[in-house]
Design a protein around this ligand. Structure first.
Ligand code: PLP
Length: 427
């Protein structure tokens, strides 16, 4: 046929290698997960061929009758999952979702207030290397040194001093739940909008296992590939639409509802054609997340994180904030005389994947760091339970305490590869 070409063994051999890596090791990167075969099937479908600029029913291209139905399914399902009244499922990633919100809500130079990157925040919440920190005036709040927890009185003081137009909550490495009620009160006090970026805990929030941000935050963004267990991607949602408070007008001088500004912030503001194959995969994943099975999964993710945190503490590891409410934890390795870089580089030799991470008030550089971040979403998908978390911590401890003993590291790797056969991934 017209599309027949020689098989690209170079690429497909590498994909097979990567599948083997994923199947044979312990995956603890808190932002990763394993999608179901049907999510992957949708992501690898003919929908990748279709252009569909615009929204369902309002496209700039012909032939969108089918993708309209698919995208509408994704929208309807995510609205049901989170009790939202509006959603845009087109953002290609979490960063894209946040950038679209900034474009919709702010003017260049406006002040934003986010959670400090070095305390567990995300690059897209005002880092100077990201558009959020270059085009806007970024200010930050963090955790307290003694507790590792956010002090909302300090957030309020900072907000009153800096007068941001947008207050951002949500993080990449914060193991505690958020007080959205208090944050909304702070935002209202200074006339700011409140954005929650729930990229990490979205799957737990969806099943009611953490506080509900949609009730209190004006706008909510998330990635779809972490605890939500969908394809790589992002989305924006709101429970209640509202008229934008900063008087941002269209080129024609109209004041618009926030939903309309956000739709425009995605396309044509910051993206072109949506990835309909990924949107179909999102629809499938949201369908899965609506199921009772996913509730059981989310409960297990949390229980596993509790078990893992306890196992680390029992072995003398220091967890920032002392524990976890969600799927992840940040471990300060200084009490063990180790760096994040050494931990990451050593654990990978035993096929344990983690990431080095700055800890609050870190004295080391981002390329070295004093911490490591671990999460339980991926291993829970593989069927692991609390006792398996303890076993993982035993392995981690064995590796770190033998970081210069190559033969011991090789032995642990073999044991882990054998153990992982009991948790098949893609048959
Ligand atoms: N926001 C938060 C809180 C995140 O943790 C991440 C990803 O790590 C992102 C946004 C960015 O998502 P993406 O990598 O899909 O752009």
């Amino acid at each position: 046929t017209a599309t027949t070409t020689a098989r690209d063994t170079k690429v497909f051999d590498l994909i097979a290698k990567e599948q083997h890596r994923q199947e044979s090791g312990i995956e603890l990167i808190a932002s990763e997960n394993f999608v179901s075969p049907q999510v992957m099937e949708a992501a690898g479908s003919v929908l990748t061929n279709k252009y569909a600029e615009g929204l369902p029913g309002k496209r700039y291209y012909g032939g969108c009758e089918v993708v309209d139905q698919i995208e509408q399914l994704a929208i309807d399902r995510i609205k049901e999952l989170f009790g939202a009244s509006w959603a845009n499922v087109q953002p290609h990633s979490g960063a894209q979702a946040n950038t679209a919100v900034f474009l919709a809500c702010l003017q260049p130079g406006d002040t934003i207030l986010g959670f400090d990157l070095s305390h567990g925040g995300h690059l897209t919440h005002g880092s100077p290397v990201n558009i959020s920190g270059k085009y806007f005036r970024p200010t930050f709040y963090g955790v307290e040194k003694e507790t590792g927890v956010i002090n909302y009185d300090v957030v309020e003081e900072t907000a009153k001093r800096e007068r941001p137009k947008l207050l951002i909550c949500g993080a990449s490495a914060y193991s505690r739940d958020w007080d959205y009620v208090r944050l909304r009160a702070i935002a209202d006090e200074i006339g700011a909008l409140l954005l929650a970026d729930i990229s990490h805990p979205a799957g737990l929030i969806a099943k009611g296992l953490l506080n509900d941000p949609l009730e209190h935050c004006h706008i909510v963004t998330t990635t779809t590939h972490k605890t939500l267990r969908g394809p790589r991607g992002g989305l924006i949602m709101m429970r209640n639409d509202f008229q934008n408070p900063f008087g941002i007008k269209t080129p024609k001088g109209e004041v618009r509802l926030m939903s309309s500004l956000l739709d425009s912030g995605v396309f044509p503001g910051t993206q072109g054609g949506p990835l309909e194959h990924v949107i179909a995969a999102k629809a499938v994943a949201f369908g899965e997340a609506l199921s009772e099975d996913f509730y059981d999964y989310a409960v297990q993710v949390k229980a596993n994180a509790q078990a893992m945190a306890k196992a680390f503490v029992d072995r003398g590891y220091q967890i920032i904030s002392g524990g976890t409410d969600n799927h992840l934890m940040l471990i300060d390795l200084r009490s063990k005389g180790l760096t994040g870089k050494l931990a990451e580089n050593t654990l990978i030799k035993a096929d344990i994947t983690i990431n080095k991470n700055m800890v609050p008030f870190d004295d080391k550089s981002p390329m070295v760091t004093s911490g490591m971040r671990v999460g339980t979403a991926a291993m829970t998908t593989r069927g692991m339970k609390e006792s398996d978390m303890e076993q993982i911590v035993v392995y981690i401890d064995r590796v770190l305490m033998n970081h210069d003993n190559e033969s011991e590291l090789a032995t642990v790797k073999e044991e882990i590869n054998e153990w992982m056969k009991a948790f098949p991934l893609y048959a």
